[in-house]
Structure formats: structure tokens, C-alpha cells
Design a protein around this ligand. Structure first.
Ligand code: NAD
Ligand code: TYD
Length: 351
């Protein structure tokens, strides 16, 4: 289908900016409307290379502002939504669960209602695509994987708010017939990620010889996917996904935190021309995160078998590219870590 008008929410954030770039460059016939309120995590510098393109429009708007969201649907004749806007950091959700409920639950509801209102029962060639996380499934033991059928069991205020938003999306499909699709992805890494998440935080700290705060014993396991591969999976699901369905996205790439941290240290030291092991002493074990999920692992077989998607990169190559990007983009990092970031860091890591 040509000439789609796609509303991407949260397009100035980490994953959203990669998705917007992919869509704007790959589909010149699509109009991409990026709706973002620009919280601390939203940064238009992430989109500098595509901001002047004819098929791209930025709208500063809070997804919770129902009247303004409705107006954006009308102005741009929106026929599809890819919804990524969210409060996304678990540690912040522990300190301030209200803002997570507000943005992730009420914001999603506001978008669903606006889509229902704008499309007014004519759902032909319409789609509401909700981007979610594997964290809604809870925590695994040593064995097993999250499947699309795994029961929801969120533990953090972040994952509880995302689980709730997923339920609202399904409820709108089942109750009003809204054409929806949901994907649940594992942890992403890559360029333009805000340095509150493990990988960019630790790369930045290694560069600046600052302690690396490892929660608990560093034995928690996460399943890591290169962000461009998440964007390519969203592209495939957006075009080929079955309405009302759910797809897990992941690359079968599990790492114990402490092992991943050692790879980060080795790679960053090497690319900085430092001696091997130079930054090992920065590892600092700190108090564990409250309610810390032990293990996430996605089974993405359905996405491969039904829609033919597979990740493009091996982890070693992805990490090398990622560390190199942060080293090459020091200004981006310095801009982000000036001002309010320092207050955040001192408050979060004071113990
Ligand atoms: P991010 O925190 O980097 O970006 C979130 C973006 O949403 C920012 O640009 C922010 O300004 C915007 N935003 C926040 N509140 C808003 C509001 N009320 N109105 C409009 N815009 C608002 O997040 P991310 O890591 O890019 O994650 C994007 C989505 O993907 C989220 O829904 C997240 O739950 C999901 N997800 C993330 C990961 C991951 O590893 N980062 C993994 C799986 C799923
Ligand atoms: P994070 O990047 O916050 O992603 P999530 O919690 O959504 O999986 O954290 C990844 C893992 O790294 C998680 O097990 C928590 C751990 N972690 C630390 O050990 N120290 C840190 O400073 C941070 C931010 C995370």
C-alpha cells in the first residue's frame, strides 16, 4: 500500500529515532509524523540527518493530551500508528511510579481512543501497532524462554505499566475491532541510547574512569538485540503481521551482566588504545535493584517462521560498532550528560 500517513510516537527516543530513520529513508511514499513531547529521553539531535526530508514531520505533543492527539490525527489524516512513546527506565519507575502509569497507561489509552475516534469504524487499511517489552512476562529461572503465550507476570512499576498498556490494546481489538498488533522485544543496545541504561552508562563511565555500579552479584541475565534489528523487525511486523496478534522479538543472545560488562571493558579499553585490563578495577558491586528480575530470554521462533525475520548482526560485531559510535560521538554524550543528568546520577547512585 502506498501513501501511508504513519504516526510514530516517541520517535525522538532511542528506538523511535532508529525506526523513524528507517521508515523515512526506506519509504519515500510514506509520510512519517513523529509525535514526541521531548522528555529528558527525547532528543531531536538523534534525527538530524533526516529532519529536512519531505516525508517527515515532527510534532511536539504529549500523548496524554487527548485533544491535541485527536487534532494531529485529523491534520495529518493518520491511518497507522506505531506507538513507542513511554517512560522506559526501570530504576526511574521504582522512584516515581506515577509518571509511568500516566504516560504508559493513560497515554496509550489516549492514543487508542484517538485512533478509534478518527477512524470511526472504518478500519480498512488502518493499523495500531503497539511496541512493548519482554519484561511484561516477568522473570525466568535457569531454563526456558518467553513465548507469545507466556502469562504476564510483571514485577517492576515499569513492566506493570507496559503490561497494562498491552492489555488495553488487546481490549480495543476485542471490544471495538480496532486493528492492532503488539510486539514484545528483549533489551536493545546501539547508538543514541540514553546513558541511564547499562550499556551506554558503562561505556561513558569507562571513558571517564568512573566506577561501574554492578547491581547485586552481576548474575542477572538479559537477552540483547541490536537496535537496528529491532527497527527492522517492527518494519516487517507492521507490513506483514496478523491483526490482533503478538510477536516476540529477540536474537537468542543471552548474557550474564558481569560477562557483558567484561566485554564492554575489553572493547572500550582496546578502542581507546588503553592497556588490556586497565579499567577492570572500575567494577564496583552495589546494592541490588529492588525486585530485580533474574533472567529474560525471548523465543522469537514465531517471528522467524511466520514472517521470515531474523537479526542481521552477531553480538560481537554489534558491540564493537556500538562502543565505536559512542567514542566517535563524544559531543552527543557530553550534551546529554550536562545539567539535569548529573542530579539524576548523584541521586540514583548515592549509595
Ligand atoms: P526512550 O526512553 O529512549 O524514549 C522514549 C521516548 O518517548 C522519548 O523520546 C520521550 O521524549 C518520549 N515520550 C515520553 N513520554 C512521552 C509523552 N507523554 N508523550 C510523547 N512522547 C513521550 O525509550 P526506548 O528505549 O526508545 O523505548 C521505546 C519503546 O520501546 C518503549 O515503549 C519501551 O517500552 C519499548 N522497549 C524498549 C526496549 C529497550 O531495550 N530500550 C526493549 C523493548 C521494548
Ligand atoms: P537496564 O539497561 O536498566 O535494562 P533493564 O533493567 O530494562 O533490563 O539494565 C540491564 C541490566 O543491568 C539489569 O539487570 C540491571 C543491570 N544494571 C546494573 O547492574 N547497573 C546499572 O547501573 C544499570 C543501569 C543496570
Amino acid at each position: 500500500m502506498k501513501n501511508r500517513n504513519i504516526l510514530v510516537t516517541g520517535g525522538a527516543g532511542f528506538i523511535g529515532s532508529h525506526l523513524v530513520r528507517l521508515l523515512v529513508n526506506k519509504y519515500p511514499d510514506y509520510h512519517i509524523v513523529n509525535m514526541d513531547v521531548l522528555t529528558y529521553a527525547g532528543n531531536l539531535a538523534n534525527l538530524k540527518d533526516i529532519e529536512a526530508k519531505d516525508n517527515y514531520t515532527f510534532v511536539k505533543c504529549d500523548i496524554c493530551d487527548f485533544e491535541q492527539v485527536k487534532a494531529v490525527f485529523a491534520t495529518h489524516n493518520i491511518d497507522s500508528v506505531i506507538h513507542l512513546a513511554a517512560e522506559s527506565h526501570v530504576d526511574r519507575s521504582i522512584k516515581d511510579p506515577f509518571s509511568f502509569a500516566q504516560t504508559n497507561i493513560m497515554g496509550t489509552l489516549s492514543l487508542l481512543q484517538a485512533a478509534k475516534f478518527a477512524w470511526d469504524g472504518d478500519f480498512k487499511d488502518k493499523l495500531f501497532y503497539h511496541v512493548s517489552t519482554d519484561e511484561v512476562y516477568g522473570s525466568l529461572g535457569d531454563e526456558g524462554f518467553f513465548l507469545e503465550t507466556t502469562a504476564y507476570d510483571p514485577h517492576s512499576p515499569y513492566s506493570a505499566s507496559k503490561a497494562s498498556s498491552d492489555h488495553f490494546v488487546r481490549a480495543f481489538h476485542d471490544t471495538y475491532g480496532l486493528p492492532t498488533v503488539i510486539s514484545n522485544c528483549s533489551n536493545n543496545y546501539g547508538s543514541y541510547q540514553f546513558p541511564e541504561k547499562l550499556i551506554p552508562l558503562f561505556i561513558n563511565n569507562i571513558c571517564n574512569n568512573k566506577p561501574l555500579p554492578v547491581y547485586g552479584k552481576g548474575e542477572n541475565v538479559r537477552d540483547w538485540l541490536f537496535v537496528n534489528d529491532h527497527a527492522s523487525a517492527i518494519d516487517v511486523i507492521f507490513h506483514k503481521g496478523k491483526l490482533g496478534d503478538t510477536y516476540n522479538i529477540g536474537g537468542f543472545n543471552e548474557w550474564k551482566n558481569i560477562d557483558l560488562i567484561k566485554v564492554l571493558i575489553e572493547t572500550t579499553d582496546r578502542l581507546l588504545g588503553r592497556e588490556k585490563g586497565a579499567s577492570d578495577q572500575l567494577i564496583t558491586y552495589v546494592t541490588d535493584r529492588a525486585g530485580h528480575d533474574m533472567r529474560y530470554a525471548i523465543d522469537a521462533t514465531k517471528l522467524k517462521d511466520e514472517l521470515g525475520w531474523e537479526p542481521s548482526l552477531q553480538f560481537e560485531e554489534g558491540i564493537e560498532k556500538t562502543v565505536q559510535w559512542y567514542l566517535d560521538n563524544k559531543q552527543w554524550m557530553e550534551h546529554i550528560t550536562s545539567g539535569a543528568y548529573e542530579d539524576y546520577y548523584n541521586e540514583m547512585y548515592k549509595n
